[in-house]
Design a protein around this ligand. Sequence first.
Ligand code: BGC
Length: 474
Amino acid sequence: MNSKLQTAVDQVVKDFAIDKQFLVGATEQFVKSMDEGLKHSASAKEYMPMIPTFVTGIPTGKETGLYLAADLGGTNFRVCSIKLNGDHTHELKQSKFKIPLDLMKNSTADALFSYLAKKVEAFLDEHHKEYSANTNGSLKLGFTFSFPVDQTALNRGKLIRWTKGFDLPDCVNKDVVELLQSHIDLLGVKVDVVALANDTVGTLLSRAYSNNEAKTHANTVLGCIFGTGTNGAYFEKLSNISKLDLTTVPKGATGMVINTEWGSFDNTLKVLPKTKYDEIVDKETANQGYHLFEKRISGMFLGELLRVILIDLFERGFIFTELFESRHGSLPHRLSEPWLLDSEVLSYLQIDDSTDLKMSQLVLENHLRLPTTREERLVIQKITQVVSHRAAYLSSIPIAAIVGRVKDQYKNDDRDFEIGCDGSVVEFYPGFQEKILEAFNLINPLEGTNKKLSLKIAKDGSGVGAALCASVAI
Ligand code: BGC
């Protein structure tokens, strides 16, 4: 590699490096930020939202019944029916619909929710005809809506702001349960939207439901998502949630699940790494200045980070110069335009050990129409690895902070801790889980206990979790 290019790449490696001291300091800051968030309104920019969810218990695995779940959180809308069998198991039927791009932005709340209601109707027509007809009672539906919502009851919550590429301004500040229910009612479908849940709450509840503690010898203490976006939910003692009006909480409750919205950790950038690339990516988003932690970690942004770094190296004359000339002054549009470099591509580049990175060559040609030299591929792989390494290391911070915080709740319980995880990055990105655990062990929040932590992929998290939320609704 020529020495100027080598120096430029070394600089990127340095900018993205994360060491133990940083991890420990950032974890302390995260805990402080949780404390502040539990005192302040969920919509303040400076604090983590820490949203009370009005879910006051964790499932035991004995819950039963048939429920519907509708899940809006990224590029797909899912509708499912879930039969909880009461023995840690469930049966699930589901349909998945890709959200048309023109409903994600430059459109209206009514257009989006009318589309969602029609999909609920279509699902019932296909799988539960008995409920689409007029003869039976209504089915209870849990609505997994995975955006920051100011929740005021189990079935009430107003959208604070969109994330992950959605941008329908007239929806902000509206109650999303009311929106869905009113469009379902317009169709005459017999469904009651009884619970609103974030996907992380769903993941926590569904993993707790399927966790057979007698076998795993572990308590489920956190539900988290590392996918298009990132976030986590855990059970907090009521006495710590000072912003909560206790008259709104069911009698006898001792705690409540909190949706942290940790994507918004450190929106004022006190501790997070700030490279010029992070700044460029943030500027390209609709929620500029918000969810800055998410923008360093989650699937929606990993590809974009790689892309802007490569464009920077190109603009400084280090890579793609011959390609640019041979194309008479242009680069393939999937490289020159924002958001077209999918993080799935990074997962192939990450682990390519073929001679001369031939596999990457094919991947780059197929996915990005990008011909490359061997040297360029070496650069691309190195950058891919540092971007994803930083993402996985940063991901361990909230996990360590929350595990460290809840360990007191379990001091008389000798079981280990497990966390339920969902999302394409944690499930499919090569080595991501291992790196999270490696960084978690550097922070070592379980020091002084005999407990161990394991990550469990929570399949069907948001569907089963929403059903569980619906099951506790009155
Ligand atoms: C949203 C969260 C959600 C997370 C994972 C974030 O962008 O703000 O509500 O849980 O993505 O889907």
